[in-house]
Design a protein around this ligand. Structure first.
Ligand code: JAB
Length: 228
């Protein structure tokens, strides 16, 4: 997979050189390109924004630099991801789908957002997904892009050493994950549930599933299937 990010804060993504994604890049599983939107401007001040038509507070990102940034990154296989509070909620299912794509371009808006014609133009050349991390407003798309790259990148085939470890995580089966424990068996007078020490694999699996249901009922009843 190749990922391109267009942003006015390219240094923000330096952290993607380390950890799991850093290793995936070293192994050639994921390629990453970070592009400074100001490199697609030609005025002395490298201007990327201007006042909104129709008035109103704040500034809007100009279409011209974005058009050139898209020209430099789009391919017929690209999925353009626009982080925006006005987007479709991001889910584990979306992360799984996007992890199978060949090329993602993240467009990090700032100010009051990107001129709408940029999104419309992008949609004439590639698939575009406007995605929200949640019902709250950030100062720009960079934090959301980082979170999505983490969620998507770890699902790209070959990135996680043991794919089985992905199957029992929260939201993978539509339920929240069960509680986990490790040594010591007793810590500050709190002991690990006896079933986990029993060696009875069926009893452990049943207990874990029940814990998933109980935690999901308590914390996220909206995720429960109707028959649970
Ligand atoms: N909620 C999201 S993804 C967002 C992007 C920019 N501001 O909020």
């Amino acid at each position: 997979m190749r990922i391109d990010i267009v942003t006015i804060f390219p240094d923000f993504f330096g952290v993607l050189d380390i950890s799991l994604l850093g290793k995936a890049r070293e192994r050639g599983i994921i390629e990453l390109g970070v592009h400074d939107l100001r490199d697609f401007t030609y005025d002395r001040h490298r201007t990327v924004d201007d006042t909104p038509y129709g008035g109103g507070a704040g500034m809007v990102m100009r279409p011209e630099p974005w058009g050139e940034a898209l020209d430099a990154t789009l391919t017929p296989e690209t999925v353009v991801i626009v982080p925006t509070p006005a987007g479709v909620p991001f889910t584990q299912a979306a992360a799984r789908e996007l992890a199978l794509e060949k090329h993602l371009v993240f467009t990090c808006g700032r100010y009051e957002g990107i001129d709408q014609r940029v999104i419309d133009y992008a949609a004439s050349r590639a698939r575009v997904r406007e995605i929200s991390l949640g019902d709250y407003v950030l100062n720009g798309g960079e934090v959301a892009t980082m979170a999505m790259i983490e969620a998507i990148g770890r699902l790209v085939p070959g990135v996680i050493g043991n794919p089985e470890s992905l199957t029992e995580e929260s939201h993978e089966q539509g339920l929240l994950e069960y509680p986990s424990y490790t040594k010591p068996s007793t810590w500050r007078e709190r002991s690990v549930p006896d079933v986990l020490l029993s060696g009875n694999h069926k009893a452990i699996a049943d207990w874990r599933h029940e814990q998933q249901l109980e935690r999901t009922r308590r914390v996220r009843p909206d995720l429960l299937p109707d028959d649970q």
